[in-house]
Every structure is written in C-alpha cells, then in structure tokens.
Design a protein around this ligand. Structure first.
Ligand SMILES: CC(=O)SCCNC(=O)CCNC(=O)[C@H](O)C(C)(C)COP(=O)(O)OP(=O)(O)OC[C@H]1O[C@@H](n2cnc3c(N)ncnc32)[C@H](O)[C@@H]1OP(=O)(O)O
Ligand SMILES: O=CC(=O)O
Length: 544
C-alpha cells in the first residue's frame, strides 16, 4: 500500500510576493510536504542527538574518532563517485547571497563555481527565501536582466560565455521556516524548503544545461546527518525521475564533531559526494561552542588572531585534504575574510596580500580550489591555484600520505601564544551589534571594518563574549587588569551604540534596528544558558 499523501502546507504570516506563484506551485509544495513528512522526524532525532553529544563534551572536554566506524576508515577500497565535468575544476569559488544583483555579478565573476547562499550570507526573510528561488530559475533561463533603481546601473549575464557553475547552499538542519507549516502548524525545516524548491524547479533544467543539482551542505555535525541528506537525495531523484547519482553534495566540515567523521561523511554520501570544504569560521564557532566550559585551555584569543597557520587549524585542513584525496573527492578551501575596496587603495592592498597568502598556502597544501567573498578577489585566488594546478583541473592525485593527524591535534587550541585582549573584546561587541542590525534588515553578509561578516563570523563574536565572561578572562587595559564581566559588556555595548549614532546620524539611527541589535547581542552573550545559534532568537525578531 502506498503511503498516505502528506497534508498540504500552508503559507502563514507572509505578505504575497511578486512572482511567488512561480515558486510556490502546488506540485512544488506537495514535494516539500513529502520531504517534510518523510524526513523531519529523523531530523528531530538528530537534533536531539546533537544535544546529547554536546553534554558528553561538557562532561569529558574531549573528542575522538568513532570506534564504531573504524572499519569504514580502515577500508581503503571505497571512493566517492567521479565528479561530473562541471565540478571537476573548482579552482575558484565565489560565495554570496541570491538577490538579483549579486546573482548576476557572481555568475559573471569569472569564478568557476558560485556558492549561491540561502544560508549564512542570507537573512531568512520570506522575501529572500522565495525571491532567491525566483532569481535562480531566472538565471538558468537567462531571463535575469536587472536595473538598480538606486544607482540606475543595469545588469545582465554575459552573453555566450561560460558562467560559473552553481552549487546551492540550503539552510542547516537546525533552522525552521516559519512561513510554511503543515496541518498541525509545525514549521518545515528551512533546509528542506530551500533544497526542495530548488531541486524541484531546477534539477531537470540544470541537467539540460549540462550541469546538475549541486549542493553545499552546511553545519553538519555527524555522519548520521550526512546519511539523512543522502536519503533525501535518493528520494528526490526518484520523485522527479532523474538518475540516481545525479545530485552532488559538498559537505562543509565546519563543526568540530564533523572533523572527527570526515571519512564517514564521505562514505554516507559516496554516491552523491563531490568534496569537503574547510568552513573555517563556523569551525571556530563550533570549537568555542562545544568547549565553552572546558576551562582556560579552551579559551581562544581574539577571533582575528586565530589564523589558519595555528597548529590546530592546520591539523584540520591537512586532515581534510588527506581525507578527500584518499577517497577521490575535491578538497575546497575556506574564506579569507578580507574584503577589497574599490574606493580605498590601502584597504585593497591589504586584502589582496592577505588573500593571496591564504590561497597560496591552500593551493600548496593540496586543496583543489577555494572560496572568495568578492569578485575583485577572483583573479587573486585564480593566480594562486593556476600556479599550482596549471592545466590540470584539480590535484586529487596528491594523496598527502605524509599527513598524520591525531585526535588530540584537532583540539590542541592551547598551543596559541596569543591571549584575549581588550581590543578583541570591543571588536566582538562592535561586530556583534553591527552584524545583527544588518541581519534584522534582511542582510546576511556585510562588510564591517573591511572584513566580510556573516552569520558564522558573528557567531564567533557573540560566543567569545559569552566564553570570556564565563571563564573569568582578564586582560590589561589602560595600565590595569580588567576582568571580563557582564557589566563590561554592557558598558562597551552602550559605548558602541552611542558611537554608531554619532557616526550615522539621528535619522539613519532611528530608521535602523540598532537598539534591538544591541539588546539581542547582550541577551545571547549574557544569558547563563548559551544559545545554540544566534540566528534562532534573531529569527524570532526578524520581520518579513
Ligand atoms: C563564513 C562563510 O560562510 S563565507 C560565505 C558566506 N558569506 C558570503 O558569501 C559573503 C559574500 N560577500 C558579500 O556578500 C559581499 O562581498 C560583502 C557584503 C561582504 C561586501 O559587498 P559590497 O559592500 O557590495 O562590496 P563592494 O561595494 O566592494 O562591491 C563591489 C561590487 O561587487 C559586487 N559584489 C561584492 N561581493 C559580491 C559577491 N560575493 N558576489 C557577487 N557580487 C559581489 C557588489 O554587488 C558590487 O557590485 P556593483 O558595483 O555592481 O554594485
Ligand atoms: O561557511 C563557512 C565558514 O567558514 O563558516
């Protein structure tokens, strides 16, 4: 007997959007409803498992490779599926949100891949969720001309030229989409909404274009979560009638627990896996989050002082390259957050130098490609990878058998000499307030103090404030020793609010969400109970 049809989903609490009917068709919503019926119960179990695992880390302050999956790691015979032509050369990938202008600019950027982001570079307003899907479909049908009403500038895809291949990033498992609910009023996971709508409308269209439905999977915490995605893919491919193995997924290794399960994650997804990515910012966030109460040896210094050459970060990236190449998968590097400026030569110089050093290191370490946040950085990263790859599409043949990373190396965060500073604390508060304010206006990625900030980088800032308070961190300031306390956080936050007001003027201040952002930052940073994700309480306050 076939399974009963899922109850239709209702759109709630949302003003109608132009062209939403093209995306929220009856058939597409029925598909998302079926994904929800089949896979949300397991997602709930896996979220509960995350909490159990974190409780275990709180108790033991350690992590290890899993004994129950040792056989998968020991079996040298398995490989992931061969990469499709469109994903064989991934030497430069640009990331960014899916608003119309960014979509056109990213596809035209000269990067091989565009990570079309429904996750950390996008605040999940209903408008961003739905119109992002409209933009993707318009891009594939080359129907996406656009004029910016503010500047009068017009945008179009470059005619007759190879555009970046799209790898779409849906939201992580933890987020709900409150505007789509089932008959019980239960919201559908944002991951299934983003994946489902995109896949339903574009899978066949992409195949017709010689590409395919390709995904980045964010914030995965275990191989069991990867297994759930694999089950979603198997069902989805059957549902729309495309061959099994058409989907390709690149998993972000951006949680500390996933770093101990890289091989298992590739194994679970082996028929659909394309690679792993070193999502360094979320990774740092995950270390702080999981070991937040692990005592002084887990207190990280200022966020911007933890570089990719820190031994524990190096252990992570080396292991990632080794794991990928052993299994025939691409190893993709992460995001250097320095943003160039078309107005300030000095800022530009610093950004280019820093990004070049970062991409040179990745290319020489064996990565097959890497991320940039801005089109002006595409040639920089391209030069770094061209120098190492030449005409080869990738360097998967560089097996890095010299790499030998032990479990303890990944969490040896106390090997750093740098310590938390007052300036680092102030910066965390400033970034926290400024980022949350932008997010509440519907912007998921912004440049703050010449750095790219998105949900992941802001998570580090607010988590460090929490950790430094709770660990009783002290630093020197103005000739005396200052202890990090809630009072200090309130004082610095009040100062930042006043500084922003003076900087942007009364009118812009009143038009923004500054007080709300200030209050929300303090709420998550000072609450005794650490919020698992900043975006969960923030979503409750997000309008639209
Ligand atoms: C930790 C992680 O998860 S990283 C991945 C998630 N984060 C991201 O994807 C961030 C991507 N980057 C961005 O969103 C942007 O670069 C920002 C917000 C940081 C800065 O953007 P802006 O302030 O617009 O920068 P700037 O003014 O220098 O941009 C110049 C031009 O480049 C375009 N541009 C900048 N970044 C991008 C991008 N990532 N994709 C496409 N176009 C871009 C702008 O649209 C602008 O176009 P225009 O001249 O036609 O108006
Ligand atoms: O998603 C990427 C990261 O660095 O975090």
């Amino acid at each position: 007997m076939s399974a009963p049809a899922p109850s239709p989903l209702a759109i709630v609490d949302a003003e109608p959007l132009p062209r939403q009917d093209e995306v929220l068709t009856e058939a597409a919503l029925a598909f998302v409803a079926e994904l929800h019926r089949r896979f949300t119960p397991r997602r709930e179990e896996l979220l509960a498992r995350r909490a159990e695992r974190r409780a275990e880390i709180a108790r033991t302050s350690t992590l290890d490779f899993l004994p129950e999956t040792a056989a998968i790691r020991a079996d040298d015979s398995w490989r992931v599926a061969p990469s499709p032509a469109a994903l064989d050369d991934r030497r430069v990938e640009i990331t960014g949100p899916t608003d119309r202008k960014m979509t056109i600019n990213a596809l035209n950027s000269g990067a091989r891949i565009w990570l079309a982001d429904f996750e950390d570079a996008s605040a999940p307003t209903w408008e961003n969720v739905v119109l992002g899907q409209v933009n993707m479909a318009d891009a594939y049908t080359r129907n996406i001309d656009f004029t910016d009403e503010r500047t009068g500038k017009s945008y179009a895809l470059r005619p007759n030229e190879e555009l970046a291949t799209v790898v779409m990033r849906p939201r992580g498992w933890h987020l709900d989409e409150r505007h789509l609910v089932d008959a019980d009023g239960t919201p559908v996971p944002g991951a299934l909404v983003d994946f489902g709508l995109y896949f339903f409308h574009n899978a066949q269209r992409l195949l017709d274009l010689g590409k395919g439905p390709y995904f980045y999977l964010p914030k995965t915490e275990s191989h069991l979560e990867a297994r759930l995605w694999n089950e979603v893919f198997v069902f989805a491919q059957d549902h729309v009638g495309i061959p099994q193995g058409t989907v390709r997924a690149t998993v972000l290794i951006e949680t500390i627990t996933a770093a101990y399960e890289m091989e298992e994650i590739l194994y679970e997804l082996r028929d659909h896996a394309s690679g792993l990515n070193a999502g360094r910012w979320d990774y740092l966030f995950s270390i702080v989050k999981n070991f937040r109460d692990g005592g002084p040896k887990f207190v990280l210094p200022d966020r911007n002082a933890v570089t990719m050459t820190a031994p524990f970060m190096r252990a992570y990236t080396e292991l990632l390259v080794r794991t990928c190449h052993k299994r025939g998968a691409h190893a993709i590097g992460g995001m250097a957050a320095f943003i160039p400026s078309r107005r300030d030569e000095e800022v530009n110089k610093v950004a280019f130098e820093k990004v070049k050093a970062d991409k040179d290191r990745e290319a020489n370490d064996g990565f097959d490609g890497s991320w940039v946040a801005h089109p002006d950085l595409v040639p920089i990263a391209m030069a770094s990878f061209d120098a190492v790859l030449g005409d080869r599409p990738n360097q998967k043949d560089r097996l890095r058998e010299d790499v030998d990373v032990k479990a303890a190396d990944l969490i040896a965060v106390d090997s750093l000499e740098a310590r938390p500073t007052y300036a680092g604390f102030v910066n965390a508060v400033q970034v926290g307030i400024r980022y949350i304010e932008a997010w509440l206006r519907g912007l998921g990625a912004v440049a703050i103090f010449n750095l790219m900030e998105d949900a992941a980088t802001a998570e580090i800032s607010r988590s460090q404030i929490w950790q430094w308070i709770n660990a009783g961190v002290e630093f020197e300031h103005d000739g005396s020793t200052v202890k990090v306390t809630p009072e200090l956080a309130r004082e610095v936050a009040a100062g930042e609010l006043a500084a922003v007001r003076a900087e942007i003027g009364e009118e812009a201040f009143a038009a923004g969400h500054w007080q709300q952002a200030h209050d929300l930052l303090l709420e998550v940073a000072l609450d005794e109970d650490y919020a698992d994700f900043l975006t969960l309480p923030a979503y409750e306050q997000l309008k639209g």
